[in-house]
Structure formats: C-alpha cells, structure tokens
Design a protein. Structure first.
Length: 543
C-alpha cells in the first residue's frame, strides 16, 4: 500500500484542522487493526501495523504468542515450531506473520474508513476545545459567517462560534463577511463536538478594549475594580491607580479623549462613565450615581440595604431614564440601593444627618479594621516565609554536617600494620661537603673603667687647696670666609692623597680670568699691608 498520498492528506489535515500527524497515524493503526479482526472474524487477534515514513509503505502483521503447548492455533504457536523459524525465540514472545492488505474485503475497508473518520473527528473536537479553553474571557476577532434570526455564526479561524441574540448589542446590524471584535464567554465539549459561544454585550469586552487602548491598564498600573454595563446604552467603570503620580481617569480618557473615543466607536456610540474607585462605600455610591448630587448615604431601617438621600430636583437624575442609572450603581457596588428625596425622608421622621454621620464613622472603622487585618495577614505570610527559609537553611546545614562527618570517618587514620614481605633497603649515599676552616674567635675588648674628670675648679676651691685658678676658655670665634675656603682646600688635598686617581677641575676661560684677577688683587693687598723695610732693619740688628 502506497502511503505518499496519505501523508499529503495528513499534512493538509494538520494545517487546516490543527490535528497532528501522530493522531492520524494512531487512528490509521486502530482502523486497520479493527478491519483485519473483522476480516478474519477473530476479535481477540493481536495485530501490528508498521508504517515506514521514508518509503511510504504500510505493513500489517498478525502476532502469535509462543507457548510450550498450543491450545488455540489461531492465537498461539509452539516453541519448537517458532524456533524452527528463528532459533532465538523464547517462551512468551510474539511471532509476526505478514498479511496482505489487499486481501481485505469491502466490509473491512468500509469499517476502517468509518473508524478513521471517528478518530479524526474526536481528535478535532479535542484540538478545538484545547485551543479555545485557554482563550476564555479573552477578546478575539471573528468574521460573520451567517446571520440567523436567533443567533449569528462567527468564524474564528479554526472553528465556528455562535453568538446568541442576548449576546448581541441591541440595534447593531451584522452582515456576512463583516469583521467584529468579540469576547469568548463559554467553551463546551459534548458528543457533537466543541462548541464556542461569543458575545459583544458582555462587560469583559469593554474591559479588554480598555486594556488594548490604555497602556497603564495593560501594565497593571491602573486597575479596573468594577464595571457595570447596559449594552448599547451606558457603561459605568470604577478605576484605581496603584501609583500616586498617575491619574486613573485621565489615563483611561487619554489626550483630548482619544482613548475612550476608540472604545465608544467600537461599541457603536455607547456612553461610558469613568470614576475613581473608593474603599469607603459611601464615597463609592456617590461616584456611581453621578452626575446626581447626593446629600447623604444612610442604612435602611432593616439594615439590609442603603438609602441615598438627594434633593427633590435631583431625584429623577439619580434614578436615570427607566431606572438605568440606579440599576448600574446596584450592579457595580453589589448592594441594594433605595433613592429617596429629602422631603420623603423627612416625612418618615428620620434624622438623616445624624444617621449619615454615624454610618460614616462606622464605615471608617471598618476600613481601619480591614487595613489592620490585611497588614496582619501580610506579616503572618512573611513570618511563614521566614520560617520556611530557616527550615531549609537548617536542613542544608544538617546535610552538610552529616557529609563532613562521613568524610571525616572515611579519612580517619588507621594503625599501620607492617607486612611480612621482604624489603630491600638501598644504600643512601650522603654527599660530603668540604669543611670550612674554623675562624679563631676574636679577642674580647676589655672595658676601661670610666674616669671621672673634674676639670672645673671654682675660685673658692683653688684658694682652699692653694691651686691656680684655671683660665677661662675663650669662646669660639666664627671663622671668616677665607679660613673656611682654606680648610676646604686642605681637606680636598688630603682626599686626593688617599685616592688612586686625581680629580681635575676644569674651568672655562672666563672662570680662569676671574681667578687670576682675584689672586692679583689679594697679592697687591698683602704688599700694601706688610712693611718689608721694618723686617730688613730687624735682620740687620741681629747680625
């Protein structure tokens, strides 16, 4: 049997109906196995279908169980007979005998066809259900397939969805081939297949449209807390900002109302009221009943609902056309609201000002209690988390301690037990170093006793001892510049004697001329100061 055309058909099924190739191959195996059992009229027969994906060939085998003694020759085969075919056969194994598929009768082929259809249909139902169950409450784009009196059939791409009359926007006309945005409200799976229901009147459609148009809602900065809708008429939506620097109402409206206008156009002119969410039920009800001015919010006499007090001229505005405004406020808050004028509430004899103040204090106390409870829950969760972390840490430390003990036991030192084997010691050749001649110890220098010198003798001691008074030492005189130069020259000459080389000082011509002038000036100075005639007279007297 050629399988190439069948593979092409499977690829078409996989692309069009979202059915994988493995599902189709499993359906084919089961169909051929049932067809062959019907053909041989043995419902308990073991059948194996082998499909070669490269050559496209399909082979069918009937399997026989290898036993010691054959009791049913249509299902079993003897061990000796099987080993005659293949010596490696063992008891309990299966022996395959190839069967010609072309020999199957018309009834068997028809059965295989029906089984294939049934399996593919079941797989298709499951694939559709798995595809759209994850998209529940999500917005999708569909094409109107047909318009009926009680419902509209919409093509979603991989299945046909149904939009009932109640799920349509009143007054909206649909045409075949029209693209519309819808929200998936229900996905069911029954014997007939997976059924998908869509809606344009659901409040989730408004929420998804705002998520698409407002980035702050999609990012989670602005949250839609509650929403109530009268499809085609009016929608009330309470929003809340998680950041103080972001205005939730302004973010939803957009620059010059551009964002909310896109949603209104998609909903065919439906009016949308956007207000800020409040935890205080009194403030929330006042916002929900806008644009009417509310005087007070009090509890009913049975304390099962809320009574809203308004001025006489605001009563119709608070209730709205056909009670629409009050009905949307009830849906949004989830509370029973009764709207009464100031005249009616005073006619009942109720002090609504005092009741309003008491109810306001009660609501504030509830808000404080709710915040305290929430804070306590968060602290409890944090404590549980810290306890869990501590437990994990202690387990890790205990595990590491056990591992360290095991490793210390493994590396524990053991006594060395010498074996009785013969050990041959190799001679160790030591390197002999030449001894250095011992140095004679240096003679110790004898310390001389300290001599106490008494150089200073006072005048009184000298007179008493008849000793001459020591003369005072003259203070050191500061040397002149010439004397310092002479001493420096003498020290230089002494240094030259100690060195093997001679240091020659090189002078420039200008320096030599300067030295010559200074020497001539000194010589002339000496000649002027010394009187040579006086010395000549001295030498003559001696003679």
């Amino acid at each position: 049997m050629n399988f190439k055309d069948f593979l092409a058909a499977m690829q078409a099924l996989e692309g069009n109906r979202n059915i994988t190739k493995e599902i189709v191959l499993e359906a084919l195996n089961e169909a051929l196995a049932k067809a062959y059992r019907k053909h041989i009229e043995i419902p308990d027969a073991l059948v194996k279908v082998d499909i070669d994906h490269h050559t496209g060939e399909v082979n069918l085998y009937q399997q026989y169980t290898i036993v010691e003694e054959v009791e049913d020759d249509e299902l079993e085969i003897g061990l000796k007979e099987a080993q005659a075919i293949n010596p490696e056969y063992q008891l309990g194994e299966l022996h395959n005998i190839k069967v010609n598929i072309d020999e199957l009768g018309r009834a068997a082929a028809l059965l295989a066809k029906n089984v294939m259809k049934q399996k593919i249909r079941e797989a298709e139902k499951k694939a559709v259900y798995d595809e759209y169950i994850d998209k529940l409450d999500e917005m999708v784009i569909g094409i109107v397939e047909s318009v009926e009196e009680k419902f509209v059939v919409v093509n979603l791409g991989k299945t046909l969805a149904m939009m009932p009359k109640a799920a349509q926007i009143p007054g909206e006309a649909y045409k075949e081939g029209q693209k519309i945005r819808l929200v998936i409200t229900e996905v069911t799976k029954d014997t007939k297949g997976a059924q998908v229901l869509v809606s344009r009147a659901d409040t989730k459609l408004v929420k998804r449209l705002f998520e698409k148009e407002v980035p702050e809602i999609f990012q989670g900065i602005v949250e839609i807390k509650a929403i109530a809708r009268e499809a085609g008429e009016r929608t009330k939506m309470a929003v809340f900002s998680k950041r103080d620097d972001v205005d939730p109402i302004g973010a939803c409206i957009g620059p010059r109302g551009s964002r909310v206008q896109v949603v209104i156009e998609e909903l065919k002119g439906e009016k949308i009221d956007i207000f800020e969410w409040r935890e205080n039920i009194i403030e929330l009800i006042k916002n929900a009943l806008s644009p009417a001015q509310i005087l007070a919010v009090i509890q009913s006499e049975e304390k099962r609902g809320i009574v809203v007090v308004v001025e006489d001229d605001q009563l119709s505005l608070a209730i709205g056309k056909k009670g629409k405004n009050a009905r949307l406020a009830v849906r949004l808050t989830g509370m029973k609201i009764d709207i009464k004028s100031r005249t009616d509430i005073e006619a009942e004899g109720r002090d609504w000002n005092r009741e309003a103040q008491a109810f306001s204090l009660e609501q504030e106390a509830k808000i404080v209690e709710r915040k305290a409870r929430k804070l306590q829950e968060e602290r409890a969760k944090q404590a549980e988390l810290e306890a869990a972390k501590q437990q994990v840490y202690s387990e890790i430390v205990e595990d590491l301690t056990l591992k360290d003990e095991e490793s210390s036991d493994f590396y524990e030192e053991k006594e060395y037990v010498p074996s009785e084997t013969l050990v041959v010691e190799t001679p160790v050749v030591k390197e002999v170093k030449a001894e250095k001649p011992k140095e004679e110890p240096k003679p110790k220098r004898e310390r001389k006793p300290l001599e106490v010198r008494h150089d200073y003798v006072s005048k009184f001691e000298a007179i008493a001892d008849n000793k001459p008074v020591p003369e005072k030492k003259e203070p050191l005189k500061r040397k002149t510049k010439k004397q310092e130069e002479e001493e420096r020259r003498l020290r230089g000459s002494e240094l030259k004697k100690d060195k093997d080389y001679e240091i020659k000082i090189e002078y420039t011509e200008e320096e030599l001329a300067e030295i010559a002038r200074s020497e001539a000036a000194e010589k002339s100075q000496w000649e002027d100061e010394i009187d040579f005639d006086e010395f000549e007279d001295y030498y003559e007297d001696e003679e």
